[in-house]
Write a protein that binds this ligand. Structure first.
Ligand code: IPE
Ligand code: IPE
Ligand code: MG
Ligand code: MG
Length: 345
């Protein structure tokens, strides 16, 4: 799915298997059949089972976050294996957020397959998300068992919980903006900082924390990963409007139908009175999506958003340079950044 550089590929081949094993252990995913439907639904979402509960391989997502976390540990002189529990916990938290996000966004497709709520209904999908959220915390407890110093493990667990709060605020605002008439660009940035960048920042922060580097370097890694997350989300917003359905694994243009105030839309609203009119009307007309996209194209909203993504990309790479990761992991980190930042949008 990803066109990765050579050093990154070598790393991914080495580290993804152990994280996957760790997640399976935490989620009871090692047996032929799930113990019950709730567990099976979680395994389905993780890409380990199909809807009939047979074991399959993928699609389970790109696993960017755990790779990022472990690469930061290795690049800052630590042992990447120490970071496995945190990397697994972060990926599980990310997957929990996607289950609830698909309900909140009414998204029928994720990673090219029907979403949990589409297959098993909203109440069951909420429970599967809740269960995964709790199990993600369980994964964090395994840090000390791996020999990470207790104080460091406790600080990591506290930051994990604080990030859950940031994420929820971000998701709340994302929904709230759909019904609010006026949203500023800075409010939008704070929102994506919460819903997406905070979790990426946590990958950088915990990766560095586990390696035991000095505070200034921890901060550079966190900011590097945060900016990477901001650029990534802006690109995701662009793809959410102009991406091809078979390439992005989810239905295109639902962001427009649900009136998401993403960056291209905010820019469009500031530039076009026609767009303001369309968004003022309470009901969506049947050609609402087409009309909105045509107007966004006309005012150059896509290139505006691309330029903003570029700004964050640049800042991310400056922080990475300041953090100065060493060895092969350093090269792999640069390759991972380029991969995320060059995603066509
Ligand atoms: C999707 O993240 C949600 C956003 C933050 C835009 P990813 O694109 O990393 O999702 P998967 O895990 O690879 O499917
Ligand atoms: C991404 O939300 C962030 C979280 C899931 C917390 P989006 O709603 O923007 O992402 P996609 O487009 O559904 O992946
Ligand atoms: Mg959402
Ligand atoms: Mg969504």
């Amino acid at each position: 799915m990803l066109d990765v550089g050579q050093t990154l590929k070598r790393y991914m081949d080495k580290v993804i298997g152990p994280v996957e094993d760790e997640m399976r252990l935490v989620l009871g995913g090692t047996t032929e059949r799930p113990r019950n439907l709730l567990e099976g639904m979680i395994h389905y979402h993780m890409g380990w089972r199909n809807a009939e509960m047979s074991q399959v391989t993928g699609p389970g997502g790109k696993r960017i976050r755990p790779v990022l976390c472990m690469l930061v540990t290795a690049g800052s002189g630590g042992d990447w294996e120490d970071a496995i529990p945190a990397a697994a916990a972060i990926e599980l938290l990310h997957n929990f957020s996607l289950i609830h996000d698909d309900i909140q966004d009414a998204s029928p497709t994720r990673r090219g397959r029907p979403t949990l709520w589409k297959l098993w209904g909203v109440p069951h999908a909420i429970n599967a998300g809740d269960c995964l959220f709790a199990l993600a915390h369980g994964a964090m407890y395994r840090l000390s068992a791996r020999g990470v110093d207790a104080q460091r493990a406790l600080r990591a667990a506290r930051r994990f919980d604080e990030t859950c709060v940031d994420l929820t605020h971000g998701q709340f605002n994302d929904m709230d903006f759909e019904v609010r008439a006026e949203v500023s660009v800075s409010e939008y940035l704070a929102m994506i900082d919460g819903k997406t960048a905070a979790l990426l920042a946590l990958c950088g922060e915990l990766g560095a924390l586990i390696a035991g580097v000095e505070e200034g370097t921890v901060l550079h890694y966190a900011n590097f990963a945060r900016d990477l997350g901001l650029a990534f989300q802006v690109k995701d917003d662009i793809l959410g409007i102009w991406g091809k359905e078979d390439e992005i694994g989810k239905s295109a243009a639902t962001d427009i139908a649900t009136r998401k105030k993403t960056l291209p839309v905010l820019y469009g609203l500031s530039e076009s009175t026609r767009l303001q009119e369309l968004y003022r009307l309470r009901e969506n007309g049947s050609d609402f999506v087409e009309e909105v996209i045509a107007e966004l194209d006309a005012v150059g909203a896509r290139s505006f958003a691309r330029r903003q993504a570029e700004r964050y990309s640049h800042s991310a790479l400056e922080h990475l340079e300041a953090a100065n990761p060493t060895g092969e992991a350093g090269i792999a980190l640069l390759e991972l950044s380029n991969l995320l930042l060059n995603r066509q949008a």
